[in-house]
Design a protein around this ligand. Structure first.
Ligand code: IDC
Length: 456
């Protein structure tokens, strides 16, 4: 069996175009994916598998159409649909038993055919009359140059974060400050600068739960987070949705809020390739088993709506893998969260956390998938002098281990951890050198270097 071509294609919005589609409310992101694989060939003949994934609203009937690209290609016999060919046009219509396709459901079809001169794969599919033009919500496997376009939906493989080619990638990006305080910093202009000038791969969306955050207006903050997810997606950046618990430190205090929030954002963003979930920023004053218990209650809520996204779990001692509480990564290694496709958060502030913490990360990285969802170049207060040497040692280590990171903060907060000078967010210039703080200049230098994402 030889795999000739896997073709990923997405249909544009199908809503309203056919009676076969059950209309859905607000969420208009519909689509489909077609994986076309030649599974066998012989003298003048071939067999193809056609996997149709409904990424959009549920349908109660469907028709898949495509053209045979080469004149001599003829359909012989198909299965799991009613197949026909007229000229070059091939149609596969659902059978009674696979006509209903829920969101995320798959129909596996196939056919045998003959060919004369050449046997290229079809390049354009339509489902219920709408052209399939991309991959799942993002540009096609062909690289559009953005981080999401190149890598697609990510997954955990071994201790790494891997891309659509199953190769390890490191995402380098920035964290917002609390969106309840700094929403003016997340405009089209600032996001353009982050994507185009900084060449950031990642925007972490820090949604505080307390401190005038989510708990004061769940619907409003959910909407703001979704808006930022879209802004990141539009620019080809990943979005890390951070449920920014901090005080109180026990995430179980916010368990019900977390379930409500994540059920909503996961359902709304399930079709997107760019979303990663961070379920608890910095557990503190709480044991690892209590954090694990929280994770094992929140993760299934996300999975029910968005089965494939990567989820990052905060760790003990302000996401220090327990080190700041005098423990170590072994409490996680010996008692991991019972879930797949997850990573563990590690946070550091370069002026406060040095060799002992780097040693812990070096050890842990061999056994646990780690994601530095937050770090600072300064002290753990978010202020004080930048520690250039320690920051460089940290970032070199993360680069070497391919550990993804987000820096605290892409904001103009009056504190040395902020990347932008105070007042920047009152204007529209996010690009000139003059808007950067010392920390911002260092981070922009590090983040804007080429990613060299592996593509094969
Ligand atoms: C800090 C902010 C500061 C804010 C404070 C309390 O920089 O402006 O007043 O939170 O909300 C963390 C936390 C992060 C902290 C940051 C710096 O995740 O919320 O932000 N820090 O203290 N962990 C370690 C350091």
């Amino acid at each position: 069996m030889k795999r000739f071509l896997a073709l990923l294609a997405t249909c544009a919005t199908v809503l309203g175009l056919t009676a076969l589609v059950t209309p859905q409310t607000a969420v208009a992101a519909t689509g489909c994916r077609v994986d076309y694989t030649v599974t066998n060939t012989w003298q003048g003949g071939f067999q193809a598998a056609v996997k149709v994934t409904n990424l959009g609203a549920p349908v109660t009937g469907w028709k898949l159409e495509f053209a045979m690209p080469s004149p001599g290609q003829r359909l012989a016999q198909g299965w799991n649909a009613t197949w026909s060919q007229s000229g070059s046009a091939v149609t596969a219509t659902a059978r009674d038993w696979n006509a209903a396709l829920a969101t995320g459901a798959v129909a596996e079809l196939g056919f045998t055919g003959s060919f004369t001169a050449a046997n290229p794969a079809p390049s354009a599919f339509t489902l219920n009359g709408v052209a399939c033009t991309g991959s799942d919500g993002t540009p096609p496997a062909g690289d559009d140059g953005t981080p999401v376009g190149t890598n697609g939906r990510l997954h955990v493989c071994g201790v790494n974060l891997c891309n659509r080619y199953d190769r390890p990638v490191q995402l380098r990006g920035m964290s917002t400050h609390g969106i309840q305080w700094f929403s003016q910093c997340y405009s089209a202009a600032s996001m353009d600068a982050l994507a185009d000038d900084w060449k950031a791969d990642l925007l972490r969306i820090a949604m505080y739960v307390q401190e005038d955050g989510y708990e004061t207006d769940p619907a409003g903050f959910t909407e703001r987070v979704n808006g930022l997810v879209d802004m990141a997606e539009d620019r080809g950046m990943y979005a890390l949705i951070d449920f920014h618990t901090l005080t109180p430190g026990d995430p179980n205090y916010n368990l019900d809020r977390a379930k409500t929030f994540f059920a909503s954002v996961a359902a709304r963003n399930a079709d997107k390739a760019n979303v990663i979930y961070e379920i608890a920023n910095e557990p503190n004053g709480v044991s690892w088993p209590a954090i694990k218990s929280y994770a094992e209650q929140v993760i299934p809520v996300i999975r029910a709506a968005d089965p494939d996204a990567v989820i990052v779990v905060g760790t003990r001692g302000w996401s220090s893998l327990g080190v700041s509480d005098g423990s170590s990564e072994s409490e996680v290694v010996n008692n991991p969260v019972n879930a797949a496709n997850i990573m563990y958060a590690f946070h550091f502030y370069a002026a406060s956390h040095k060799d002992a913490y780097r040693a812990a990360v070096s050890r842990a990285a061999a056994q646990l998938p780690l994601f530095v969802t937050e770090f600072g170049t300064v002290s753990a207060t978010g202020g004080g002098a930048m520690d250039r040497a320690s920051t460089a040692a940290w970032l070199d280590l993360l680069d070497q281990l391919k550990i993804s990171y987000a820096n605290w903060t892409y904001s103009d907060a009056p504190e040395s951890s902020a990347a932008l000078r105070p007042g920047t967010c009152d204007g529209t210039d996010y690009s000139s050198g003059g808007v950067l703080t010392e920390s911002g200049a260092l981070l922009k230098d590090r983040i804007s270097t080429p990613d060299h994402f592996p593509t094969g």
